[in-house]
Ligand binder design. Sequence first.
Ligand code: NIG
Ligand code: FE
Length: 424
Amino acid sequence: METVDLYLHNAEQVVTCASGAPRRGPTMAEAAVIENGAVAVSAGRIVAVGTTDDLQGRFAPRRTIDCRGRSVCPGFVDAHTHTVFGGDRAAEFELRIKGASYLEIMAAGGGIVSTVRYTRAASMSELESAACKRLDEMLALGTTTVEIKTGYGLSVSDELKMLQVIERLDQNHPCDIVPTFLGAHAVPPEFDGDSEAYTRCVIDKILPEVADWYKTSRFAERGVSMYIDVFCEDHAFDLNQSRRVLEAGIESGFRAKMHVDQFNDFGGVATALELDAASVDHLDVTGPEAIASLAQSDTIAVLLPAVNFNLGLTNYADARTMMDSGAVVALATDLNPGSAPCPSMPAVMAIACRYQRFTPAEALHASTINGACAIGQGDETGSIEAGKRADILILSEGDYRHIPYFFGSNPVHTVIKNGQVLDP
Ligand code: NIG
Ligand code: FE
């Protein structure tokens, strides 16, 4: 009998989300459910998954958890966040309630740039401890892998400060982190609205330092890729500037991502596809032609419906057309202090099911395997399969559909991260 560290059995359902590739087309809606399921874990990895009857007697576990009345699914992968930031924007929240729009606040010198001021003023340890608390909350809500962007530093030293905080979080927090350089997030105040001059600064000054930093970072050491992202939007960066930033990032060895079509469609999806971007994110105003070309590509559509919800907007991305036409769709929180102060993947799934007509199975795949693929982690996490990291959730209910169905509460009973049971 093989000795293993952990054995889960008698689960009403084990939803594996297993798939050799991101799920798309009809496989998106097909939940791979093992009834009366079991999972064996050793040395932080999944060793076996099957029915309790099949796995019974094969293992000598150091610890056993009886999952009767509960279900089991992969840990969530949050593929788009801005988890590291200083201060908050509660005052803007109130301004928006009174009628100001997100872009109006940004044009008036608030928005992202106000978080830049707080972030520049904060020390590394202040940023780390604030972000650590956010990650604790995300982990308790089932998120086991998190992409984190820079983009509130916007100078060489402040972007490097953010990257060092991101690296420390990866080292000190149980969540696995994937870093993204988002130097082209907004034009910092010292550039006085000159987005062209700042674009050149990102390409010529900040990016080379970031590329050097990455080479000796723990991410490079552990084979975790780094991404380059840009906010292609009014009051941020136009299509030409976005393309140049992404091309320079690709040249430095990073893969592209793009905040695109959030409020205005500049044709960014076509550019992202030309650059073989890993993902295009937001897509709230993306038209049918761009959706059709996305469906023919391997670029992942990362949808962020907590933003629409938080901004009180009803123009959710057309996820139904994207999924029905075969595009790869993922969901993420976009956790940030302005447009999405939301750490919860279950909340995102709840919104996506109600306003974008994801089925519960689609929402789960979008939040696990497809999210993992959007950040280069599809071989490591996002599904319950032998050989993958043991990032597993035991849910309080026996039917996984309760994740989006019962909203506003935490559906997660126990989180298992890299094989470690984080006891509630
Ligand atoms: O993804 N859209 C640009 N960036 C973030 C918002 C960041 C902020 O408001 O601080 C987003 O929505
Ligand atoms: Fe974002």
